[in-house]
Unconditional design. Structure first.
Length: 121
């Protein structure tokens, strides 16, 4: 097997598009760690105000840059994949349900713990 020289080739080899489908990406402030949906953000600076409901607060937003320089590349990004979506992908695999049940019929040698559930205590 040859090592790919292009990122697009590597992505095709590992089926990147189907593996990354359903993954949401969120912007994260590198200073206060506030998380933002990219579609709902209308500023390049973090608008988070600590204790925003406190009537005695200082109304100063975090103001940290969310993007690298003048680009649209986020300084920090949080990828999120729903566990429900992941399980849906697993259960459409052939024989997945039988494979996850195989541990029940395995041979367990007396006195050897293969799993935390093998102990009686």
């Amino acid at each position: 097997m040859e090592i790919p020289t292009k990122i697009s080739t590597a992505r095709a080899m590992v089926n990147y598009s189907s593996a990354s489908s359903g993954v949401s990406r969120f912007l994260v402030c590198s200073l206060c760690r506030s998380v933002y949906d990219t579609g709902s953000l209308h500023t390049r600076l973090c608008p988070f105000v600590r204790f925003a409901n406190n009537p005695h607060r200082q109304e100063r937003p975090c103001g940290n840059s969310l993007f690298v320089g003048s680009s649209l590349k986020p300084v920090l990004e949080f990828p999120y994949n729903s566990i429900v979506e992941t399980l849906k992908k697993f259960f459409v695999r052939p024989n997945f349900e039988t494979e996850i049940e195989q541990w029940r019929g395995r041979y367990v040698e007396e006195g050897v713990l293969y799993d935390i559930y093998d102990d009686d205590h």
